[in-house]
Write a protein that binds this ligand. Sequence first.
Ligand SMILES: Nc1nc(=O)c2c([nH]1)NC[C@@H]1CN(c3ccc(C(=O)N[C@@H](CCC(=O)O)C(=O)O)cc3)C=[N+]21
Ligand SMILES: [Mg+2]
Length: 295
Amino acid sequence: MSGNLIDGKQVAARLRNDVAVAVKSLAVTPTLAVVLVGDDPASHVYVRNKIKFTRETGMNSVEQRLPADTSEDAVVETVRALNADPDVDGILVQLPLPDHINSNRVIAEIDPDKDVDGLTEVSAGRLLLGKSGLRPCTPTGCVILAKETLGDLTGKHCVVIGRSILVGKPTALLFLEQNCTVTIAHSRTENLSIVCRGADILIPAVGRPNMVKADWIKAGACVIDVGINRIEDASRKSGTRLVGDVDFAEAEPVAGAITPVPGGVGPMTIACLLRNTVLAACARRGLAVPDGLAI
Ligand SMILES: Nc1nc(=O)c2c([nH]1)NC[C@@H]1CN(c3ccc(C(=O)N[C@@H](CCC(=O)O)C(=O)O)cc3)C=[N+]21
Ligand SMILES: [Mg+2]
C-alpha cells in the first residue's frame, strides 16, 4: 500500500475491537435485529457480514428473513414486534426492499431509539437540531476516517458531492458538527470541478464510477470515496470489480490521503452500525456509554 492510503479495513477492525471491549464492560449484552426481505444476493452478503461481526464483537444477533413476496403489512408487523421486544436494542431493515414495499412506511415504523441506521425522521431531526441521537453509519464512518487522517477538522473546507438522504445530507451535517466549512455539491452544481478543487476534504457520494478526476482535487487534499460501484472487468474471475466514484489511478498521486474501494468506507459502515448498537443499548437501558466509543 502506498503512503497516502487511508486503510478503512484497519480503522474498522480497531473500531470493532473498541466495540467488543465496550460490550464486555456492559452489564447487558446488546442485541441487533436485522430484517432482510427477498433474495438479492448483494444484500445477503452484507447481512451475513453484519451478523458475523455482531457476534464477533460479543453481541446478540437476531435475524428475520422474509420471502420476496412478503406483504408490506407483514414487514411492518415484523418491525413492530421488534420495537415491542425489550431485548432488542437495534433494528436494521436491509435496503433496498422489494419494489412492492414502500420503504418509507417501513422505516417510519422503526422505534427511533432502536434506529441504528439513523434513517427515521426523528433521527434526522435530532441530527439537524444538534440533539443526541443515532447518526447514520456511512457518514459517521467518513468523519472517523477524516479525523484519523487530519486530527481536528475545525475550519477545514469539506465538499460533499451528492445530496442523498442516506449519505450526502447527513454527511454534510456531521462535518458541520466537526466545525468544518461545508459545501454540498450535486448534479446541478455549476463549475463542479472547481468547487471540488477548493476542498480540504472531498467526499464523493454519487454512485458514478471514476467521476472525480485528478484536476478536481486540491494537492494534498483528503479524499473519502463513498461510492461503491460494481463495474464489468473481464480480467476477473467474477467478471466484475468494485470501484468508487473517484478515478483512483489519477487521483491517488494528487491526494494527500485517499480511501480505496474496496477497503475504505465500506468496512467503516458496518463497524459504525455495531457502535450504534452499543450506543442504542446504553441509551435505552440508562447505562453510561463506555469510554472508547466517543468520536
Ligand atoms: N438499512 C441499510 N443500511 C445500510 O447501511 C445498507 C443497506 N441497508 N443496504 C445496502 C447498503 C450497502 N452497505 C454496505 C456496507 C458495507 C460494505 C462493505 O463492507 N464493502 C466492502 C466490500 C464488500 C464487497 O466486496 O462486496 C468494502 O468496501 O471494502 C458495502 C456496502 C450498507 N448498506
Ligand atoms: Mg447506514
